[in-house]
Ligand binder design. Structure first.
Ligand code: AMP
Ligand code: GLY
Length: 453
């Protein structure tokens, strides 16, 4: 039995946590730590949202939801559970999936989940020999956390070798890079599949696609994510059950065999290759900005759903309206290399008045009554519509209202060709965004059993 969830504490300060607060605030009072200036006030349903910068351990709430990976890897969920709290988020044992890419790849291999060919190294010479044995493109990843910046994908063997040296020497990423995963480069469209896990049962949520590169047409450096949309044309909502069966359920079975009781979100980063779906990574939390679009699409009691996953008693299914969501991220000047902070943001009041549009704060601060930029990704403008095209138009109307010096924004989020919506070999794709199927009766609302192996 899950206790009633009347109050929720969300840990984090970004757009994902703001979106969580709003979704949870339909049925519960929400306090976010440390939160941000956008998280304040009363929801349309009459629940309070607030931000307080105190340790999560000192907060009293019926449910704790931990947003970012760093506190999860550091064992915050264990500490909270140790003092009797109900927590959505894995303990440090499960969070190792994201804390060590080498560990994640080992678990994938043990589970028989399809992934890129790989090997793990701490020494330069064997790593170089392995790299040279692979056909390009080449991929070099830090084993440890690197805020989404530790992955190099390149067509140049020389660049891959130089990157290997920079990582293994500790120069590029410190201790996080002293172990690396070297893997074959795959090609195909990408898709993020977020799955709720209660330790035993899985509920896949609607798929989303995020735009990782800074520039239009997927050019420029990798970022934390410049936008997202859901549903995606090449993985209709009603196929996520099959996908979760193939790529998530075997992994959870392995975790259980290893004695890991995983209660939280499993985020599979998938590439849909000509040979079928391949897992690029598992994250142990909601994606940002994927959470903004996926949570916006779920109707009803999100607090109850997350509470059941945390309590090990998942017994309800998310329901979706006939809706699509698009999120456009606005980033600071200089992002991702060296974001400038302190620029005053204009237009928040105008954007707040737009129907179907929510402006989530990702990296802002309130100084002398003004809201200013305080991080790389600053705002995530999220809109709902009956179709992706309608949601997209509304999101960009929100973007039009907002400005500050040097603001960066992609203009092609959720356009049919952005992110490459060609998915050879994947049932249902390729398809244009215009031909999206309705998610109404979707297998996204079905159970996935974890094989007891
Ligand atoms: P990761 O943090 O492992 O998801 O990697 C970040 C991004 O790098 C992914 O979203 C992909 O765009 C790209 N990437 C990672 N692994 C591969 C791979 N094996 N082949 C091609 N691209 C990859
Ligand atoms: N949007 C990518 C991530 O959350 O890791």
């Amino acid at each position: 039995m899950t206790p009633p969830i009347r109050t929720v504490c969300v840990v984090g300060s970004g757009g994902r946590e703001h979106a969580l607060a709003v979704a949870l605030g339909r049925t519960a009072d929400v306090v976010v730590t440390p939160g941000n200036p956008g998280i304040a006030g009363v929801t349309p349903e009459g629940h309070t949202l607030s931000s307080v910068d105190v340790p999560a351990e000192s907060i009293d709430a019926d449910l704790f939801v931990i947003g970012p990976e760093v506190p999860l890897v550091d064992g915050l969920a264990d500490r909270l559970r140790g003092s009797g709290r109900l927590v959505l988020g894995p303990g440090a044992d499960g969070a190792r999936l994201e804390g060590s890419k080498g560990f994640m790849k080992a678990v994938l291999a043990e589970s028989g989940v399809p992934t890129a060919r790989f090997a793990v190294f701490s020494e330069i010479q064997p790593a170089r020999t392995y790299l040279q044995s692979l056909p390009g493109p080449w991929v070099v990843k830090t084993d440890g956390l690197a805020a989404g910046k530790g992955v190099l994908v390149t067509e140049s063997l020389a660049e891959a070798e130089a990157d290997l040296e920079a990582k293994l020497s500790g120069r590029a990423f410190g201790p996080a890079g002293r172990r690396v995963v070297v893997e074959e480069g795959l090609t195909g469209p990408e898709c993020s599949l977020l799955v709720l896990c209660d330790g035993e049962r899985l509920v896949p949520l609607a798929p989303a696609q995020d735009a990782k590169r800074l520039g239009d047409g997927d050019r420029g450096p990798n970022t934390g994510g410049m936008g997202a949309y859901s549903p995606v044309p090449f993985v209709p909502d009603d196929e996520v059950g099959t996908l979760a069966d193939n790529v998530v359920a075997p992994l959870v079975a392995t975790l259980r065999r290893r004695g890991i009781d995983y209660r939280g979100v499993l985020y599979a980063g998938l590439m849909l290759t000509a040979e079928g779906p391949r897992v690029l990574e598992f994250n142990v939390r909601f994606g940002d900005p994927e959470a903004q679009v996926v949570l916006a699409r779920i109707e009803g009691d999100v607090a109850g759903l997350l509470g059941e996953a945390a309590a090990g008693s998942l017994d309800r299914l998310p329901s979706y309206g006939q809706r699509a969501a698009v999120c456009v991220v606005l980033a600071a000047d200089g992002y991702p290399a060296a974001p400038r902070t302190g620029d005053v943001i204009h237009g928040l009041d105008i954007a707040a008045r737009l129907d179907h549009v929510s402006v989530f704060h990702s990296g802002t601060a309130a100084i002398e009554g003004k809201v200013v930029t305080a991080g790389g990704r600053v705002l995530s403008v999220t809109a709902l519509g009956d179709t992706v095209a309608e949601a997209r138009a509304r999101a960009y109307a929100g973007v039009e209202a907002l400005s500050w010096p040097g603001m960066q924004v992609r203009t092609d989020i959720a356009l049919p060709m952005s992110g490459g919506d060609r998915a050879p070999g994947v049932r249902g794709g390729p398809a244009g965004v215009g031909s999206l199927r309705s998610p109404g009766t979707s297998r996204a609302t079905g159970w996935v059993g974890v094989p007891a192996r």
